[in-house]
Design a binder for this molecule. Structure first.
Ligand code: ATP
Ligand code: MG
Length: 809
């Protein structure tokens, strides 16, 4: 072990020190963003190892993303060296998959079970909704899916639901039926959906105490980051793991324990095999910030924090107040914004990094204009010494990335999208995965059905139905029915096709799961995959095609084979099940490597826990942040405010807030309004820029004031038409009435309104920025009329007539 105790504790403030060294009772660390919560967890683990208080294998640390897990592992390794390897540092989902792979056989699954991602579940539900004719009851697959997910997060299973539901209501009865059919289908397919991974592990622990004991004995220190975002099922899992060892044993364990076993343990005393030694539950440390709770829509429950002291009596609570991440200006903005949420404990984060630069604000005319500003500013910051990899651009919804990407590509600014690539959601990748699953878990009927006619082999719906019927009648799985092509009652051509598919699957099975029982090498995954894609004719189909899309598909599949090869390199002991697990658990923030010198783009949800020197929060508009869908949700706008708080607290030195006056989305141009959250930031913290790349301007002294080009504008120092500074002093912090929140431009009258300005092709106009030009066409209607203008020097533009800064000549 490298690093002495003093070295490990160096630089911690007194509260952090207390948190790192506390022993005995459960520990809750609550603190605002950037106050060192994750750092404290990391040091705590390092100290436990350093002082030999725990073996690496006795530590279970839970993080929110795989990326966060990798980072924590690296940081611990940096502090104490290589011993960090035996630890379980993982997400809830990965930890549960590991447990289930070992234990699934206890309750009717095999260890090669499939993990259904959200798309797989949706496909299954689509079929069930159709079978149940549930459309008529307003039960769409999406609605059913999210309701089932919510119930599972509450640990309510299909039977539990049926017991408590009002089944005299036909819609409720339908839902209950679909839920239980869904569960049965999963079980039959030897599959777990995402929520099941957690829920079924809890079930496993409750139903088989001797299994739970194995993990209770093993994990003596459990640490959870981002605790505010745990849902009930995750909470229950932690609770199960931290209980004292029950001492109940299964027969098989009893023999394993060399006669030391008490055969009939008394559960009430908790005494058993090693009960006395482990009478105490594992030590539990959780860290969280209720102001950063952003997953209520997925069932996260802030009460897990507020009720911690009740659930873990004698728990120690440590508060951290110093922020080490951001400069004071950024922090003051964050404090001001979050201060508008009611129902929260006030905390005041402070920083000794000095005031730092002001926040930069920018209002673009359109989202392209906004994107141009971001790209120009990125370049200016890089010239000032901040590397691309230390910059990040955030948005509320994935679709906002497109305009940014376009401009970044044109400006040759390197970027990477985190969570947006959706590589594993592409049809060809899903097909390849289905081939692998059909071999690894032949019980997974959906996978087998998916590949049945891909590539086309003339197997249509009729044949598929005959196969299913044959399987049913003979008590076979769908996969096994394929082994009996001659008995299916289909024509000779189709028979041959089925026989060939069966042969390819068998060939790959010999590679991936040899009948000899031998453990295949990790390279078998890439090998098996290649055999499947070649033998099935999938590669040939794409190669023969002239569709350029198919060429891209071919490249994606090559990439996928490369992923399988990488897997073999990184997991010399891994097999097909491990590979499928890894693929299934790739989450939003995972597909990124920090080495690449690129600007990161991601949603604000994905940004949680990360930090960058320079951050751009874009689209700071009503209906985006807070998002439109949050308006009707109880607590919705407050959750959006927390999300915005998460976004701005990622910045170390530079924060940019930008918006666009018009936004084209889904083929419609809408007039955007500044987010209410902007108005909550004290005006003197923001420096509004006038034009893209106007890096030097400060307070409107160096460039034309926008006021001038917007008649009916406003006074005050700010040059931005939407700027909150035009409000009475101090008004920025007052909660505004709902009506004003929703229509700030009406209240302040800041948006240009050209009324029903008559324009037709051939007219000459003057634009405040672009100068004179000629209207080439007018499209759209009413408030959405657009002028297509060719400017004498500024080129072609599309302008929303109602609000563009134009006059007719
Ligand atoms: P978040 O709420 O965003 O998850 P956090 O509370 O987990 O934030 P960390 O990410 O642990 O905060 O720390 C924020 C930054 O402050 C990191 O760069 C970390 O290295 C640094 N930091 C934490 N504690 C100290 C300290 N005592 N001295 C110097 N730097 C520190
Ligand atoms: Mg953190």
């Amino acid at each position: 072990l490298s690093g002495g105790r003093d070295e490990l504790l160096a630089g911690l403030n007194p509260q952090q020190l207390e948190a790192v060294t506390h022993r005995g009772s459960a520990l809750l660390i609550v603190a605002g963003a950037g106050s060192g919560k994750t750092s404290v967890l990391t040091r705590r683990i390092a100290l436990l190892l350093r002082e030999r208080e725990a073996w690496p294998s006795q530590i279970l640390a839970i993080t929110f993303t795989n990326k966060a897990a990798a980072e924590m592992r690296e940081r611990v390794a940096g502090l104490v060296g290589d011993v960090a390897r035996g630890m379980w540092i993982s997400t809830f989902h990965s930890a549960c998959v590991r447990i289930l792979r070992r234990e699934a056989e206890q309750f009717g699954f095999t260890k090669s079970f499939t993990i259904y991602d959200s798309g797989d579940s949706r496909a299954l539900l689509k079929r069930l909704v159709k079978e149940h004719d549930a459309d008529a009851f307003g039960l769409t697959p999406g609605a059913v899916q999210s309701r089932i997910s919510k119930l599972k997060n509450e640990l309510t299973d299909a039977e539990g639901f049926a017991r408590q539901a009002n089944l005299s209501d036909p819609a409720e009865r339908k839902f209950a039926d679909i839920f239980s059919d869904y569960q049965r289908a999963l079980q039959k397919a030897n599959a777990f959906d995402f929520d099941d991974l957690i829920g079924q592990t809890v079930y496993l622990f409750r139903a088989f105490p001797h299994v739970a004991d194995v993990y209770r004995r093993r994990f003596r220190h459990i640490l959870v980051d981002e605790y505010q975002d745990t849902n009930h099922a995750q909470y229950a899992l932690i609770h199960e793991l931290t209980r004292p060892v029950s001492g109940q044993a299964a027969e098989s364990d009893a023999f394993a324990m060399n006669g030391m076993m008490i055969f009939e343990p008394d559960p009430s005393t908790g005494s058993g095999a090693q009960g006395a030694a482990d009478a105490e539950g594992a030590s539990l440390t959780v860290v969280g910030d209720s102001d950063q709770s952003i997953y209520a829509f997925r069932g996260a429950d802030i009460r897990n924090i507020s009720e911690f002291e009740r659930d873990f009596p004698g728990a120690k609570v440590v508060l951290l107040e110093q922020n080490y991440r951001s400069t004071q200006n950024i922090l003051s903005a964050a404090n001001a914004v979050i201060g508008n949420n009611f129902d929260r404990k006030a905390k005041n984060l402070w920083s000794d990094r000095g005031p730092g630069e002001k926040i930069v604000g920018f209002t673009g005319y359109s989202q392209h204009d906004e994107a141009q500003f971001v790209a120009d500013e990125v370049e200016a910051l890089r010239r000032a010494g901040i590397p691309y990899s230390e910059m990040a651009v955030f948005y509320r919804t994935n679709s906002q990335s497109r305009a940014l990407e376009e401009i970044f590509i044109r400006a040759a600014v390197p970027y990477k999208i985190m969570g947006g690539t959706k590589f594993y959601e592409r049809a060809e990748i899903k097909d390849a995965l289905a081939y692998l699953v059909a071999v690894a878990n032949p019980a997974d009927e959906m996978a087998v059905r998916r590949i049945l006619n891909k590539p086309r082999r003339g197997i249509g719906d009729v044949t598929e139905t005959s196969i299913a019927r044959f399987a049913d009648e003979n008590g076979l799985s769908f996969r096994d029915a394929l082994r009996n092509a001659p008995l299916l009652g289909v024509g000779p051509k189709i028979q041959a096709a089925i026989t060939q598919l069966d042969a390819v699957l068998n060939e790959a099975a010999e590679i991936l799961t040899p009948s000899s029982g031998e453990v295949p090498p990790a390279t078998s995954v890439a090998e098996g995959l290649t055999v499947l894609l070649n033998g099935s004719g999938y590669f040939d189909m794409l190669r023969a095609s002239r569709d350029p899309q198919d060429e891209a598909r071919l490249e994606n599949l090559d990439e996928f084979v490369a992923v399988a090869r990488d897997f073999a390199r990184n997991n010399p002991d891994g097999g097909i099940a491990d590979f499928l697990t890894e693929v299934a658990l790739v989450s939003d923030a995972d597909d990124l490597d920090d080495e690449s010198g690129a600007v990161s783009m991601m949603t604000m949800h994905t940004a949680k826990g990360l930090e960058y020197d320079a951050v751009f929060v874009t689209g700071v508009e009503e209906d985006l942040i807070p998002h439109r869908i949050s308006a009707g949700e109880p607590g919705g706008p407050q959750e959006e405010r927390r999300l915005f708080y998460v976004g701005i607290t990622r910045a170390r030195k530079r924060l940019h807030l930008s918006l666009a006056m018009t936004r084209a989305q889904f083929g419609e141009v809408t007039v955007a309004m500044p987010s209410r959250f902007l108005q909550e930031i004290p005006g003197d913290l923001i420096d509004w820029r006038q034009s893209p790349g106007d890096v030097n301007s400060r307070g409107g002294t160096q460039s034309r004031a926008l006021n001038a080009r917007r008649p009916g504008g406003f006074g005050g120092r700010s040059a931005d038409p939407f700027a909150p500074k035009s409000l009475p002093k101090g008004g920025g912090l007052k909660p505004l009435s709902t009506a004003m929140d929703r229509f700030p431009n009406k209240v302040t009258g800041k948006v240009r309104d050209n009324g029903d300005l008559e324009l037709a092709a051939g007219d000459r106009i003057r634009h405040d920025d672009f100068g004179d030009g000629r209207v080439e066409a007018v499209t759209g209607e009413g408030a959405k009329r657009i002028a297509h203008v060719r400017f004498d020097s500024a080129g072609q533009k599309k302008l929303l007539i109602k609000i563009a800064p134009i006059t007719k000549l």
